[in-house]
Write a protein that binds this ligand. Sequence first.
Ligand SMILES: Cc1cc2nc3c(=O)[nH]c(=O)nc-3n(C[C@H](O)[C@H](O)[C@H](O)COP(=O)(O)OP(=O)(O)OC[C@H]3O[C@@H](n4cnc5c(N)ncnc54)[C@H](O)[C@@H]3O)c2cc1C
Length: 309
Amino acid sequence: MADLKQYDVVVIGAGPAGMTAATYAARAELSVVMLDQGVYGGQMNNTAEVENYPGFDSVMGPDLSEKMYSSTTHAGAEYAFGTVESLEVVSDQEKIVHTDSGDFQAKAVIIATGSEHVHLGVPGEEEYQGRGISYCAVCDGAFFKNEDVAVIGGGDSAVEEGIYLANIAASVTIIVRSNQLKAQPVLQKRARENDKIKFIWNTSVQQINGNEEQVTNVDVINNQTQETGKLPFSGVFIYVGLRPNTEAFQDLGITDDQGWIVTDDHMKTAIPGVFAVGDVRQKNLRQIVTAVGDGGLAGQQAYDFISQI
Ligand SMILES: Cc1cc2nc3c(=O)[nH]c(=O)nc-3n(C[C@H](O)[C@H](O)[C@H](O)COP(=O)(O)OP(=O)(O)OC[C@H]3O[C@@H](n4cnc5c(N)ncnc54)[C@H](O)[C@@H]3O)c2cc1C
């Protein structure tokens, strides 16, 4: 194959998990490339302030991305742009990673493709994406200065990004399907104490409406009383869950019935020399600190695996 590039380790995804795995593998003197379909940093680029990463009282997600990328390349890992379409396991010693911009051969592969936001699946959502509907407050919040916005969801991301939006928007209404938040207590407290944030409980969004150009209001229903209503917003930020980015690996037999990759405590999948780290794994806590923990383990495990073949 003419353009088959060869490395000891190919890391798929350059979020915090992939960058840490690449750092550890490169520091073990392995040749390493990180492949990403976008800019390095992953979900950290969509995060305003990170306040739970050790060593920082508070750090902007994109700034943390830059710092991690700098230490990863300093350790000797390379970065290449490309969407991974499939992984071919030729033998225990040889894997081929197929991308839309060429193929990469590796002895070990570390999958770090993370997850993406689930859509609400209501009428108007696709139509008004980028015209009032967003899944990223840090990317799009500035468009809603002094306007009224809604946040849909009650978990960490919803509450955290609601607090961020309250610095920009005139008001933030957090619409929650149940009668309680699932976010960490510290975030709940901060949101409840913010005068610009209010909550609507036991409520689902049924439809998002607009004037052809942008969002103007949402149709809601109270899940207990079945009472319906129309609430005016120019921005709607949706945080209702995650799904794994594992389309490229579905036929390898390493995912559970929801598509998350199953590993052991050493980040090993069922395939020798194929590891998975970060949010893409079947796990309980999807955070930057758990992603980098996974990454460090997998980088070391890749070294051990290659040393023994
Ligand atoms: C709004 C928001 C706020 C958050 N706030 C915090 C916080 O305050 N503290 C905290 O600890 N965590 C926070 N998180 C969670 C944290 O960002 C994630 O847990 C973490 O980024 C996961 O890292 P990862 O490397 O596993 O995956 P990701 O960061 O998702 O990176 C995966 C990378 O893989 C790439 N990729 C995917 N598929 C392919 C493919 N087929 N080919 C090539 N590349 C591919 C993607 O482009 C991406 O760059 C937040 C998340 C969100 C969305």
